[in-house]
Design a protein around this ligand. Structure first.
Ligand SMILES: *[C@@H]1O[C@H](CO)[C@@H](O)[C@H](O)[C@H]1NC(C)=O
Ligand SMILES: *[C@@H]1O[C@H](CO)[C@@H](O)[C@H](O)[C@H]1NC(C)=O
Ligand SMILES: *[C@@H]1O[C@H](CO)[C@@H](O)[C@H](O)[C@H]1NC(C)=O
Length: 109
């Protein structure tokens, strides 16, 4: 099961460069709307800039989601690696129930 978690983390991490690069779109969109506001541009342009704003909101939310999700998965996989290297056998921390609880606990914050 931990192997699956590690592979899922790898899959998410392989897309993180793209999703973080998309995040740099936010300040550009902010700049555009600032310029339009300062220049007092017409209603139609403000409407288009609102669409850009919505795109900025979406991209930044997706970027954060990918970053948080991959961090959660990586920390779980790291935890599994540490537990199996330390060969802790008294407490079964690698069981499905405990792993599920860890995942839920990681997601809570
Ligand atoms: C937009 O970016 C340019 C270049 O960095 C900067 O000079 C300008 O002040 C910015 N404008 C606004 C409204 O943020
Ligand atoms: C984008 O999010 C900000 C708050 O983070 C909100 O004030 C703004 O209305 C949102 N813009 C759109 C177009 O949804
Ligand atoms: C992150 O994980 C949550 C919970 O599993 C999921 O609902 C969400 O869609 C994921 N976000 C991304 C960007 O993968």
């Amino acid at each position: 099961m931990l192997y699956g978690i590690a592979i899922a983390a790898l899959g998410l991490l392989s897309t993180i460069a793209t999703s973080l690069a998309i995040d740099t779109y936010g300040p550009i969109s902010d700049n555009v709307s600032g310029i339009a506001e300062i220049a007092g541009m017409s209603y139609i342009i403000c409407k288009r800039i609102n669409a850009l704003d919505a795109a900025k909101n979406t991209t930044s939310t997706i970027g954060r989601g990918v970053a948080i999700n991959s961090t959660a998965l990586v920390s779980l996989a790291l935890f599994g690696a540490i537990v199996s290297c330390a060969s802790i056998s008294i407490v079964d921390v690698l069981g499905p129930k405990v792993c599920f609880g860890l995942l839920m606990g990681v997601m809570n914050p």
